[in-house]
Structures are given as structure tokens and as C-alpha cells.
Design a protein around this ligand. Structure first.
Ligand code: FAD
Length: 419
């Protein structure tokens, strides 16, 4: 077996971090990274933030300069995508027809932005935000448009709405569920963000269903809703999640569905094939052992390090506490842990002051925090989540008590008296 030939599919956050971590772990074999995009690995989060706003040039987004990769002997094959995996022969085939043998294959292909599948969903003027190309195309159209409809009230939709509102566009944001951020946060955070966006002039409509989009001469002109209303639109942004890019792996027999399933060492069910980042579904201690696909830079980096250690015989790694951030207007949200499945949410501080946190608990244990302009809570709250601390709700709600002082709290929750 050619164990000294590592092939990484996907030149994003996870793929880049793996290549770097392998060299840091003194891996001396070959590292080949095959990437569909033509650019060397770059930061994706600014695509819906400063890069969309035009506040950052693309050159500033590269994770590492080209020289860094050359010096470490990392071979990038960009602008080509892997379409087939042959686990018996240990070979991947690219769209360009090239065969690349591997000793170890690491699938780090992320996902593609989910597109609308309703009538009119493929008209010109409808954009997603996943790649540099997506944003360059979107930005090229911006000067000529005024009315923008954003479909999807998740982080990407909200960040895009904030940028476009600041750019003076008329923005309507549509969310199918009854509140924005419904999939990732509790009610308190959702209503805070909805209020902030409304105060900035974004027309947020929740609980609506898009039926189809109208167009003229092939370009979108309106978004039509199930309630019979029609929203004029010069440009539409669709932020409705991703489809994990795992088709070739599943076709080769890997177990998966929503992503590809991996074990604690990020191994798939195929021999010598690992998967990391947005495309990997892994049991998480931070989701009560449930299998989750975490879409965050932190997760991509942590899983990359786990695989690098595994491949170089280093210490077994475990993913760190999940973290994420989102910038909208002058609000910096930092989240730690996963709030899915919480049965209690405690607001700490005053949302009206635009600096507060929401602490999520399950069965009396702290499982996550959403911290808005509250860096100290974020930093100190990490330890509460990491240790699954049992803290009384009234103590958490008291913003004058630093969270670090609550780590060994023995409030009522600790004795099971409150929940
Ligand atoms: C607009 C936006 C904003 C975000 N903001 C934040 C944020 O604020 N904080 C945060 O933590 N996370 C954020 N994220 C999420 C974060 O960027 C992702 O979790 C992270 O990029 C995942 O890294 P990855 O390497 O798994 O996937 P990606 O970065 O998506 O990289 C995968 C790469 O693989 C390529 N690829 C796919 N299929 C193939 C194939 N068959 N062959 C070859 N190459 C292939 C893709 O083209 C892509 O370049 C954001 C994401 C987006 C899109």
C-alpha cells in the first residue's frame, strides 16, 4: 500500500489545514490536493461579509501565500474535480479524465449551495454565496440593482442582507420557518436579530413559502409566495443551506446520506478513506452523541488535525468545542457548543444594550452559548460547555457574575431541583 501518498479532495479550509498539519507532524510522503475551484485555499466566511461588501480584496483572503505551499511540497491540482473513487485500486478519477493513485484519500469537498427547485429557480439574477466566483458575479450586478430579495434567514442570508442594506439596497428577507435562525438558535436570539434587521430597514417575512419566480427576457423580476403576494426583485440571493459534495464517495460504497459517515478518527467505511469538514457526519459529544455535520471553520480545522495525527501515528485527537461566528452590522455573534436539543434558554445581560448572551441548557447542563458583543462570555463560557457544567439558571442570568466563577457552581440545577 502506498501509505506515503496522501491525496486530498477539496482545497478549502479542511483540505488546506490537513496539508499543513501533515507537514507539521513531519509527514514526508507526497501530498496532492485536487480542487475544483481555480484558487489556492481561501477563507470562505468573508464571502458574505467584508468581501461581499467590497471592504476586502480577494488577495487578503488566501489562507497561505503560494510560497508557503511550495516550500512544504504540497502539490495543488486546481480547476479539476474528482468524479469517481475506486476503493479497490486506490485511484480517483477527475472530470478531466486523469487518474490519481492514493495510499490514503481524504475527502474534504465541503458542499455546494442548495439551489431553488421551484419554477423560475434558474433565472439570471438569482445568486448563491459559496465561492469566490459566486460573489464576484453577484457583485458585478449590484450597481444596477435596487430591489433585492434574500431567500433564507440563516446566517448567510442575514449577513448578506446586512451588507446590502448598508449598501443602500432595498432588502426583503424571506424565511420559511416562523423565525430567522430557527435551525441554529433559540427564540431570544432570533427575535433580537429580526428586530435589528427591521430597525435597519430590512423587510423580514417569516413563515412564507416561495412558490415560483417570475422573469422577463430570462432575468428574474419577482418572487411569488404561496399567500398570493408577489415581491418585485432585481436580484435574488438564495441562502438555504448546502448539499454535501459526497456523491462520488457514496457511489463507491461509503456509508452516508446527509454527508459521509465517519468515526472518531474521521475514517469512512471505505478502507484508507477519511472525510473531514462540512461533508463529514460524525457522532458528537456536543450533540449528546448524535451524528451531526458541523459547518464551521473550527470543525474543519479540528477534524483536519485529527486525521493528520492519525496518519502520522501521533496522539489521538478529539474535536474541540464547536464554535462559530457571524458579523452583521456592528454586531459580533460568537457561538460555542451546539444548542440543538436544549430544553432551557437563559438570557444573560440586556439585549436592548446590544451586548448579551443566551445560555442553553439540557437536563440542567450548559450545552451552548450565543454571545452577542460579549467576548468575555464567549471565552469563559467555553469551559462551561466543555465540562458540561451544571449551573443554576438564576446564576447564569446574573451578568454581574463572571461565567468563570460558575464552573463549580452547585446551584439548584446541580442537585436536580430545577431544569
Ligand atoms: C458565505 C459563507 C460564510 C461563512 N461564514 C462562516 C463563519 O462566519 N464562521 C464559520 O465558522 N464558518 C463559516 N462558514 C462555513 C465555513 O466556511 C465552512 O464550514 C468551511 O469552509 C468548511 O470547509 P471545508 O474544507 O469542509 O469545505 P469548503 O471550504 O467548502 O471546501 C471544499 C472545497 O472542495 C471543492 N470540491 C467539492 N467537490 C469536489 C470534487 N469532487 N473534487 C475536487 N474538489 C471538490 C469545493 O469546490 C471547495 O473548494 C461560512 C461559509 C460560507 C459559504
Amino acid at each position: 500500500m502506498r501509505s506515503n501518498e496522501v491525496v486530498i479532495v477539496g482545497a478549502g479550509h479542511a483540505g488546506a489545514q490537513l496539508a499543513q498539519a501533515l507537514r507539521q507532524q513531519h509527514f514526508v510522503g507526497t501530498i496532492t490536493v485536487i480542487g475544483e475551484e481555480v484558487d489556492l485555499p481561501y477563507e470562505r466566511p468573508p464571502l458574505s461579509k467584508d468581501y461581499l461588501a467590497g471592504d476586502k480584496l480577494f488577495d487578503r483572503l488566501f489562507l497561505r501565500p503560494a510560497r508557503f505551499w511550495t516550500e512544504r511540497g504540497v502539490d495543488f491540482q486546481l480547476g479539476d474535480r474528482v468524479v469517481a473513487v475506486d476503493p479497490l485500486r486506490h485511484v480517483v478519477t477527475t472530470e478531466g479524465g486523469r487518474e490519481q493513485p492514493y495510499g490514503t484519500l481524504v475527502w474534504a469537498a465541503g458542499g455546494a449551495a442548495r439551489r431553488l427547485n421551484c419554477p423560475g429557480g434558474d433565472l439570471a439574477g438569482i445568486h448563491t454565496i459559496r465561492t469566490r466566483t459566486d460573489v464576484d458575479q453577484l457583485r458585478a450586478e449590484l450597481p444596477a440593482v435596487q430591489r433585492v430579495v434574500v431567500i433564507g434567514g440563516g446566517f448567510i442570508g442575514l449577513e448578506a442582507a446586512a451588507v446590502l442594506r448598508k449598501a443602500g439596497k432595498q432588502v426583503t428577507l424571506l424565511e420559511a420557518q416562523d423565525r430567522v435562525l430557527a435551525r441554529v438558535a433559540g427564540e431570544a436570539l432570533s427575535s433580537f436579530y429580526a428586530q435589528e434587521h427591521r430597525a435597519q430597514g430590512v423587510d423580514i417575512r417569516s413563515g412564507v413559502t416561495v412558490t415560483d419566480l417570475s422573469g422577463r427576457a430570462g432575468r428574474v423580476t419577482a418572487v411569488n409566495l404561496a399567500d398570493g403576494s408577489s415581491l418585485p426583485a432585481d436580484l435574488v440571493i438564495v441562502g438555504i443551506g448546502i448539499v454535501p459534495a459526497v456523491a462520488p464517495l457514496l457511489a463507491a460504497g461509503a456509508v452516508g446520506g446527509n454527508g459521509v459517515d465517519v468515526d472518531a478518527q474521521c475514517r469512512t467505511s471505505l478502507p484508507d478513506v477519511h472525510a473531514i469538514g462540512d461533508c463529514a457526519a460524525q457522532a458528537s459529544a456536543y450533540a449528546a452523541g448524535a451524528k451531526v455535520r458541523i459547518e464551521s471553520v473550527q470543525n474543519a480545522m479540528d477534524q483536519a488535525v485529527i486525521v493528520a495525527r492519525h496518519l502520522t501515528g501521533g496522539a489521538v485527537g478529539v474535536p474541540g468545542v464547536p464554535t462559530f461566528w457571524s458579523n452583521q452590522y456592528d454586531l459580533r455573534l460568537q457561538t460555542v457548543g451546539l444548542s440543538i436539543g436544549h430544553d432551557q434558554a437563559v438570557v444573560r445581560g440586556d439585549p436592548a444594550q446590544r451586548s448579551f448572551s443566551v445560555v442553553y441548557l439540557r437536563d440542567g447542563q450548559v450545552i451552548a452559548l450565543d454571545c452577542v458583543n460579549a467576548m468575555r462570555d464567549f471565552v469563559q463560557g467555553k469551559a462551561l460547555v466543555a465540562t458540561g457544567a451544571r449551573v443554576a439558571a438564576e446564576h447564569l442570568a446574573n451578568a454581574t457574575i463572571p461565567l468563570k466563577d460558575l464552573i463549580s457552581d452547585t446551584g439548584p440545577a446541580a442537585s436536580g431541583e430545577s431544569g
